[in-house]
Design a protein around this ligand. Structure first.
Ligand code: C2E
Ligand code: CA
Ligand code: CA
Ligand code: CA
Length: 279
């Protein structure tokens, strides 16, 4: 048994070493990804649940590495955060998304709000607000067409400083959404004080619809909470018609998910925007 224990231990440390090596390698590739132009943006429609019209587009980063192939954001975003690379990468995402949005407006499509994900590291950067103000100024994008998404856990960690930071953001004229709502530990008293516009119901609860009554109860509670606070509420990760029907019946405002569309590159999004134009 002792022998086995030691082997297991060696096996375990070797696996751990491999993991660390792998992460270091990825971090090094990621450092070059920007200059090699391996990063790109996909957009996923956010749709009005009653009219079916597009109300916004969430920007999702994609990395097609020349060495690793396509790497999931779930893998490389945490590495970007640990290494601090998220700051230059995040700045690029913001800039590129604003440019794209403006380009669509110039092409004559009905204006859309684009939602950009912001990581903890970016949000706490001293120059974060200034960098957003600068992108808005340089691109000339009307701030009402930019939405900033931060997760509930980021907002609630160090909440007094978050309130200050979010207020400064609001003053720029952009809108604010709280992402992955329901997974963190919101104090309702603080939630009331955050100058936000939208709550995004975390997809884990949406996936519970039709399967787990407790999850459904949370979805219903978040919709009511949002409306009581005069916020828009959007369900993410909507994959089935059953989920859509439930959310419609419970008065959710918007949906986002594979049921309507997965995240797609700009040229493919233009097909949707074309339809918005004629209808
Ligand atoms: P998130 O912000 O919660 O984004 C939603 C994720 O759910 C995306 O995964 C999206 O592709 C996926 N999704 C959308 N609809 C469905 C659906 O119907 N079913 C399922 N199963 N999934 C759906 P993705 O693109 O892999 O991104 C993962 C996470 O990486 C994001 O979660 C976000 O936290 C982070 N991320 C992505 N792009 C950026 C970025 O530009 N900056 C930062 N800081 N984080 C980003
Ligand atoms: Ca919106
Ligand atoms: Ca998000
Ligand atoms: Ca989310």
């Amino acid at each position: 048994a002792k022998e086995l224990g030691r082997n297991n231990y060696q096996f375990f440390t070797r696996k751990l070493d491999d993991k660390i090596q792998e992460k270091l390698a990825l971090g090094n590739h990621l450092r070059r990804a920007l200059e090699r132009e391996e990063l790109s943006l996909h957009y996923q429609p956010q749709v009005d649940i009653r009219t079916g019209r597009i109300k916004g587009l969430e920007v999702l980063l994609r990395w097609n590495s020349s060495i690793q192939g396509s790497v999931s954001p779930a893998v490389f975003i945490p590495i970007a955060e640990e290494t601090g690379l998220i700051v230059p990468i995040g700045a690029w995402v913001l800039r590129c998304a604003c440019d794209q949005n403006l380009k669509w407006q110039e092409m004559g499509y009905p204006p859309q709000s684009i939602s950009v994900n912001i990581s903890a590291r970016q949000f706490r950067e001293p120059m974060f607000i200034e960098s957003i103000a600068e992108v808005l100024k340089e691109t000339g994008l009307d701030p009402q067409w930019l939405e900033i998404e931060i997760t509930e856990s980021i907002a609630m960690e160090n909440v007094e400083s978050s309130i200050k930071q979010l207020k400064r953001l609001k003053e720029l004229g952009v809108t604010i959404a709280i992402d992955d709502f329901g997974t963190g530990y919101s104090s309702l008293n603080y939630l009331r004080k955050l100058p936000i516009d939208t709550l995004k119901i975390d997809q884990s609860f949406v996936q519970d619809i039709g399967r787990d009554e407790n999850g459904e109860a949370i979805v219903i509670a978040i919709i009511q909470l949002a409306h009581n606070l005069h916020l828009t509420v959007i369900a993410e990760g909507v994959e089935t018609e059953g989920q859509l029907d439930f959310l419609k019946y419970k008065n959710c405002d918007e949906i986002q998910g594979y049921f309507y569309s997965k995240p797609r590159p700009p040229v493919e999004i233009e097909q949707y925007l074309k339809r918005e134009k004629v209808s």
